[in-house]
Design a protein around this ligand. Structure first.
Ligand SMILES: [Zn+2]
Length: 506
């Protein structure tokens, strides 16, 4: 039973939505390094499932236009973006001070094609926001995005640029208020920090709290100055199951939607909150996780769905495939179609996996207490704040190529009739490509499995990444307060040990 969801004109929640889905065929080739839990290959596995379940044909499939320097600099510091653009595995030894300064090297390693990877995943999220702003779709999806830990001038938790902040800034050009919801197991610290002092963006994060990366997200952190009460944190403990999770998610999000009345919603669908995640410790089923998507969709407000964490990659692909179906209003069947990564899903070859019998450390009492506290915070927001619009900055016109088209790589420029003709077939250019192909590693549990799944020869043309060739219109600085770092005083609840611990922090 749902509480608080708006009724759709035609009744129940099965009504179709128009979906724009962003995917770059090269994204699966980026490789963080041997043993690193973050595997962009999971995005390609998700895409393969979508293709073989027949879901792509119900969506507009778009290849994102890479975000340019100036797009990234709408949030990030110039010198940080310059650093990301120039650093390579070969030159990093000469840049030790810079690496330290920008927190790049350990959890956030330098790898081949790092900057194009950032441009690609940020391009998808900003592109989704542009589509929503233009009313060209109801829901935009970018499973490669959702990298919520990146800061203005610092990488963090496997994240380099914060595509979510950039997408929200884009949505704010069109919408007075934007809601951000984060169901990754980790606190959405980078996004919260960026909008901590504004009432135009409300951030709500559900996460494991207590001796866990990134250490922030205390229930007492509620925003500052004009942003007071516009940040909500839902601290949870190990083993939370579907029922416990929804006993908080629906009442809280129902109240947020009723009071804040956002013009657009961004939902970060980090899949490390699923049962059995390599780094996570929650016990959600895919249906329990997807219930959050279903619920946010039911409000019929423009919705941007993003990826995030997720380290048991077969379950990540399962989850985001199922959630794409939820977005479309299509219930996909449990029996998995045969496809190039089929071996990952044995022995059952089903979409759904049973949660474990681990202990749920979230007692009823604790959950009730959290819900009461958060609803009390929300009662301070009596009505949606009215926003004095300054002169509205122009839309970012990010051109995107439609994968359905014969030539998916024919990039166009909104400001000119000239076609960008710098295509290079990747298949004939692998040696020169700055993207290393991922050597698919088994996950720890699969180490015994000697069967190796070959990287499919799924190569497509790709336009070169020369930023200086981009000609899309200039972006005018936003009219809201610049996103800023959270003031120190508000961080009083941070655990004292913020030291870097390899791979305990996505
Ligand atoms: Zn995470």
């Amino acid at each position: 039973m749902e509480t608080g969801g708006n009724s759709l004109p035609s009744g129940p929640d099965g009504v179709k939505r128009k979906i724009s889905y962003f995917y770059d065929p090269e994204v699966g080739n980026y490789y963080y390094g041997q043993g690193h839990p973050m595997k962009p290959h999971r995005i390609r596995m998700t895409h393969a499932l979508l293709a073989h379940y027949g879901l792509l044909q119900h969506m507009q499939v778009l290849k994102p236009f890479p975000a340019r320097d100036r797009d990234l600099c709408r949030f990030h510091a110039d010198d940080y973006v310059t650093f990301l653009r120039s650093i390579t595995p070969e030159t990093q030894q000469d840049q030790l001070r810079q690496l330290k300064r920008f927190n790049v090297g350990e959890d956030c390693p330098v790898f081949d094609g790092l900057y194009s990877f950032c441009q690609t995943y940020a391009g998808g999220s900003v592109g989704g926001a542009v589509k929503l702003n233009h009313g060209l779709c109801d829901i935009a999806i970018n499973w490669a995005g959702g990298l919520h830990h990146a800061k203005k001038c610092e990488a963090s938790g496997f994240c380099y640029v914060n595509d979510i902040v950039l997408a929200i800034l884009e949505l704010l050009k069109q919408h007075e208020r934007v809601l951000y919801v984060d169901i990754d197991i980790h606190h959405g610290d980078g996004v919260e920090e960026a909008f901590y002092t504004t009432d135009r963006v409300m951030t709500v994060s559900f996460h494991k709290f207590g001796d866990y990366f990134p250490g922030t997200g205390d229930i007492r952190d509620i925003g500052f100055n004009k942003g007071k009460y516009y940040s909500l944190n839902v601290p949870l403990d190990d083993g939370i199951d579907d029922e416990s999770y929804q006993s908080l998610f629906k009442p809280i999000m129902g109240k947020v939607m009723e009071i804040f009345k956002p013009g657009a919603v961004v939902l970060q669908c980090g899949a490390d909150s699923l049962s059995g995640d390599r780094l996570g410790c929650f016990n959600l089923s895919i249906k329990g996780h997807a219930e959050c998507v279903k619920y946010m969709r039911s409000f019929n407000v423009p919705l941007l769905l993003l990826g995030g964490g997720g380290y048991t990659i077969r379950n990540v692909a399962r989850c985001w495939c199922y959630e794409t179906g939820v977005a479309l209003g299509i219930e996909v069947e449990d029996k998995m179609p045969s496809h190039e990564y089929y071996e990952y899903f044995g022995p059952d070859y089903t979409l759904h996996v049973a949660p474990s019998n681990m202990e749920n450390k979230n007692s009823r009492l604790l959950l009730d207490d959290i819900r009461v506290k958060l609803l009390e915070n929300l009662s301070h927001l009596r009505h949606a704040p009215s926003v004095q619009f300054q002169e509205r900055p122009p839309e970012t016109e990010l051109p995107e190529a439609d994968e359905d088209q014969e030539d998916a790589d024919e990039r166009w420029d909104p400001d000119s009739d000239m076609e960008v003709d710098d295509r290079k077939p990747l298949s004939t250019n692998l040696q020169n490509s700055n993207v290393k192909r991922e050597m698919i590693e088994p996950e720890p549990k699969e180490l015994e499995d000697k069967k190796r799944v070959a990287v499919p020869a799924e190569v497509t043309d790709r336009a070169s990444e020369d930023v200086s060739c981009s000609k899309a219109s200039d972006v005018v600085p936003m009219s809201i307060d610049e996103p800023i770092g959270k003031v120190e005083q508000e961080n009083a609840n941070k655990p004292s040990d913020q030291s870097v611990q390899m791979y305990t922090k996505p």
